[in-house]
Write a protein that binds this ligand. Structure first.
Ligand code: SF4
Length: 102
């Protein structure tokens, strides 16, 4: 699947989840870096402390706050990420699915 289509689909899912949150549903839980999805994607809440095997894939300056999938209102986050079912990630976090915000 082309990256632009993947970003569109994930963004649409996240917008729906964000709308639910804004309508008064419980605040989204924060992603636990030790959960299986986070481990598989190399998610870290602080991009300056990357898991070793994923460090070579990290582009300088890349973090959740400047990722196309990040749905937070502020780049500093936290904000929802569709890869984690709407759970929130830290703005200074990172995972191996990072895509530059256009
Ligand atoms: Fe989500 Fe992007 Fe952060 Fe990965 S880098 S956790 S895809 S916001």
């Amino acid at each position: 699947m082309p990256a632009s289509r993947r970003v569109f689909l994930m963004s649409a899912a996240a917008i729906g989840q964000a709308a639910l949150l804004e309508r008064g549903h419980a605040a989204a839980p924060v992603v636990d870096p030790s959960d299986p999805q986070a481990n598989a994607l190399g998610y870290t809440p602080d991009a300056s402390m990357l898991p070793g095997p994923f460090a070579p894939r990290h582009a300088d300056g890349a973090h959740c706050g400047n990722c196309a999938l990040f749905q937070g209102k502020s780049a500093e986050g936290p904000g929802p990420c569709p890869l984690f079912g709407g759970k929130t990630v830290q703005g200074k976090g990172w995972c191996s699915s990072w895509v530059a915000k256009e």
